[in-house]
Design a protein. Sequence first.
Length: 90
Amino acid sequence: MHVVAISVTLNDPEAARDYLQSDIVPNVKRAPGFVAGYWYGDEAQRKGASTIVFESEENAQALAKMIREQDGPGHATIDTIEVYEVVANA
């Protein structure tokens, strides 16, 4: 398994949350190899992050590439996108 780890700055926290729930989560759930996704943040500090688990590195890299190439509505600014191998879980 591999994960895509993303950190963002929330430019408009309320709009970002709405967009996350209405667009991002449903689209990510349909991505090939999707296993699970977790989105979390601190609206007061305008920071957010996600960890999205995929069956393979290829699936994770495909999502990371799509996110890098996509222009969103500007509710959040992507700070980092990293792909990691899962080396342990519980």
